[in-house]
Design a protein around this ligand. Sequence first.
Ligand SMILES: NC(=O)c1cnc(OC2CCCC2)nc1N
Length: 335
Amino acid sequence: MTKSDAQPLEEITQLRATLDEANYRYYVLDDPTLTDADYDRQFQRLQELETEHPELITPDSPTQRVGAAPAEGFPSVAHAIPMLSLDNAFSREDIHAFAERVAERLECTADDVEFTCEPKLDGAAVSLVYEQGVLVSGATRGDGRTGEGITSNLRTLRSVPLKLRDSNVPALLEVRGEVIMRHAGFEALNERAREAGSKVFANPRNAAAGSLRQLDPRITAKRPLEFHAYQAARLEPDLGDTSHSELMARLATLGFRASSELKVIKGPQAVADYCEQLGEKRDGLGFDIDGVVIKVNDLRHQRELGFVARAPRWAVAFKFPAQEEVTTLNDVEFQ
Ligand SMILES: NC(=O)c1cnc(OC2CCCC2)nc1N
């Protein structure tokens, strides 16, 4: 009688905790602890134990990320809160005008408004819903009000926690963020596609969106996708976080990747400086961004400012000039 036969649940629980922590450190903190070989060995051991004791399998086990059954089609999912788009700013003057509009409504001066600035990731926006700390639903943005239910596909992303990391989990959490594909992963994917004579993607954003909309999760599981959180859209009970920057720090402890470039910045002048600096770093990031998302940091102020028809009064996207996409002949798909 080996140790594990006596109490398989104890070894299973230990393996899950080790693998979840390794995932978090590798995919969220970019600070791996386990070697790939070590991870694979423990993953296979967990699979063995779960095969011997299927009654102990739980949906949030690391072995349950990749479902097999290809879906016929995706169900429609209505977003509890619309995923709205952002008004655009194109210059320092536009940033000052946005800050002045905010200051006027908040009855303060523009230099007193505290903003957050973060890269505007150029990928596919998705929403993840967690109940009692367990992932229950994932959907595309769709038209902002209704998206496609792609839970099985989103479960395959190792940067999407299957259960929240913290011991003090909220009853309900909806996290929104961007699924991106880094340039290196995009080039490798297109290289394989060219060799296989299959579809070549025009850019990483299309590759990410197309990979998320695969009917078979086993295909999505092989695509180099990362989820980057940018908003806690719903949180019950409200954990009292009073600002976007605090909420993003909370999401990081709950197991999500949040932007390392997020900065809390006061006044439009410093915001415009951030935009200029990030614009200079843009080509070296290794993934596509198309600007900076500037948000009012204080959540009460966000609520006070609300939304106009289609976009929040409290946020604006500063857009960089479009990068000319050089499409070499062999990348053009001839119909
Ligand atoms: N593509 C991005 O990186 C991004 C998109 N959206 C938002 O914020 C939404 C939520 C509240 C206002 C707009 N933040 C971002 N970083």
